[in-house]
Write a protein of this length. Structure first.
Length: 503
């Protein structure tokens, strides 16, 4: 009997990653990404960021072809398809399902004022209680920008969709979206459990622009004959899962229940926790979205905080302070310095406005540096401690919202390769860290297996998820870590008082 595979498609802004997972063992059989250099992002004006949706399709096709060749998989060996995608983008298509303009992607900031104005006009309490967020610079606000600035295009829009919805539509020929996707675009009303008509009415949108809603897990469509011929797939292959990249990253780490955290620490860092009740931060320092397993009767909200100044700070240290050292050597040097970095404190906020700080932009700053006793190693440790403390501040907000944080799940990559960072984060947060060998495209494939009913439960789907390491809080030195964290927060409050919010 031939093997059956689950295909996972992870549509990012820099590349599209494709994986095939052996359906019976749950293990990744092949993985690749295209393009091999970063995909182009067009920015014709400052703050704009656009991509042609066709490049996502073309790179997905190349990746799918490679993994099928690598595994020897035939068209009818693909049992189901799952999709992960860059969040908050806007794709507008006409009645022939052709894009009317390039996609406005997640990092485009042109619509900030539209979200701010909506928040003022509709009222903060109304927005937060029903959207669980400020309207912000999300998909709905980006569509409002198109309506005002490109009316000829707006009048021709048949459906609006997220990047993952577009790929699913190209596969099946039928537009559709999910509750999770609508929530990330500020188009879902949690209090009414329906499309956010109050915001759509404010912007002047017709609800016909929203595609039919399909479940996050389950039959969302089938590969059309046209797409099958183009991709080397079998017509009728089911599409059974889709989610934004951060909810999907949480799924890939088996983060589904209240109190669990998924964390990443690349150039920027993300803390994504699951909350089991409808709630929001009154100061809107975190974003709230419907998690992949959210149901109205059993809420599962993804609580997302992005820290802009994470790995980029560590990289800056390497390039400018210790250019002769590898990251592993930097970690070793930092570990030789006592907890608290002998009084050196770094605020890691040098990569733009931080939502954690209510959109303030304080810049990165170093405090307590003594030229007579401190060395590069002190700066290296203070940088990693500052990054951890920013993560913990975000988790403190989540706790205030009712989240009982017990575990942090992370991939064994980027800054989580640092023993110092792992040890400090576990101790200051009081949570056990579990490190796994997985990624978004593999998670999307496993999600497809759940949606197709190939796996009877989440437990079965993630039975093969390989846990590499467990890091427990250090009870022996807990007081020293907490003292360093408290000093860092005092320094941050002092700096924050000098600034006013950008929004």
């Amino acid at each position: 009997m031939r093997k059956k595979y689950l295909a996972g498609l992870d549509v990012g802004s820099s590349s599209v990653k494709v994986s095939l997972v052996d359906a019976s063992s749950g293990r990744c059989a092949a993985t690749t990404f295209y393009p091999k250099s970063e995909a182009p992002i067009v920015s014709v004006r400052k703050g704009w960021a656009e991509q042609d949706p066709q490049i996502w399709w073309d790179n997905m096709r190349l990746g799918l072809r490679q993994v099928m060749t690598q595994t020897g998989a035939a068209a009818d060996d693909i049992a189901a398809i799952g999709i992960s995608y860059q969040m908050h983008g806007l794709v507008c298509v006409d009645r022939e399902l052709k894009p009317l303009r390039p996609a406005i992607i997640w990092c485009d900031s042109r619509a900030v004022t539209y979200g701010e104005r909506a928040m003022r006009c509709l009222g903060r309490e109304l927005c937060l209680t029903r959207l669980l967020n400020s309207p912000g610079n999300f998909t709905a606000a980006k569509l409002a920008w198109v309506k005002d600035n490109e009316p000829d295009i707006y009048e021709r829009i048949y459906k609006v969709m997220l990047p993952g919805d577009y790929i699913a539509m190209r596969l099946s020929g039928t537009p559709a979206t999910t509750v999770s996707g609508l929530s990330e675009g500020m188009l879902w009303d949690f209090s009414e459990n329906s499309i956010a008509t109050f915001l759509m009415d404010y912007y002047g949108f017709d609800t016909s622009l929203i595609a039919d809603i399909v479940p996050t897990f389950g039959l969302q469509g089938e590969v059309s004959t046209q797409a099958a011929n183009e991709l080397g797939l079998k017509a009728g292959t089911p599409i059974t899962y889709r989610a934004g990249d951060q909810p999907n990253n949480a799924l890939s780490l088996n983060v589904l229940e209240p109190g669990q955290i998924a964390a990443t620490a690349g150039t920027s860092g993300v803390v994504y926790g699951v909350l089991g009740q409808l709630n929001y931060d009154p100061r809107s320092r975190v974003n709230m979205f419907a998690h992949v397993n959210h149901q109205a009767a059993q809420p599962r909200l993804g609580t997302l905080l992005c820290i802009n100044g994470t790995g980029i700070l560590n990289a800056w240290m390497r390039h400018n302070i210790t250019p002769a050292l590898s990251y592993a050597e930097m970690n070793n040097q930092a570990a030789q310095v006592p907890i608290g970095s002998d009084g050196v404190c770094i605020l890691p906020f040098g990569n733009g406005a931080e939502r954690l700080l209510e959109n303030r932009e304080p810049g990165c700053s170093i405090h307590g540096l003594d030229f007579n006793k401190h060395t590069a190693a002190h700066l290296l440790r203070a940088a990693q401690e500052g990054i951890v403390f920013a993560f913990c501040m975000g988790m403190d907000i989540m706790r205030q919202m009712g989240m009982d944080i017990r575990t942090i799940h992370a991939g064994h990559a980027n800054m989580f390769l640092s023993p110092l960072l792992r040890h400090t984060l576990a101790t200051v947060s009081g949570a056990t860290i579990e490190l796994y060998d997985t990624d978004g495209s593999v998670g999307a494939a496993r999600g497809a297996g759940i949606g197709a009913g190939i796996y009877a439960s989440n437990k079965e789907a993630f039975a093969s998820l390989h846990r590499l390491m467990v890091v427990e809080p250090d009870q022996t030195h807990n007081n020293q870590y907490q003292e360093a964290y408290d000093k860092w927060k005092i320094m941050l409050r002092s700096e924050n008082r000098k600034l006013t919010p950008n929004t």
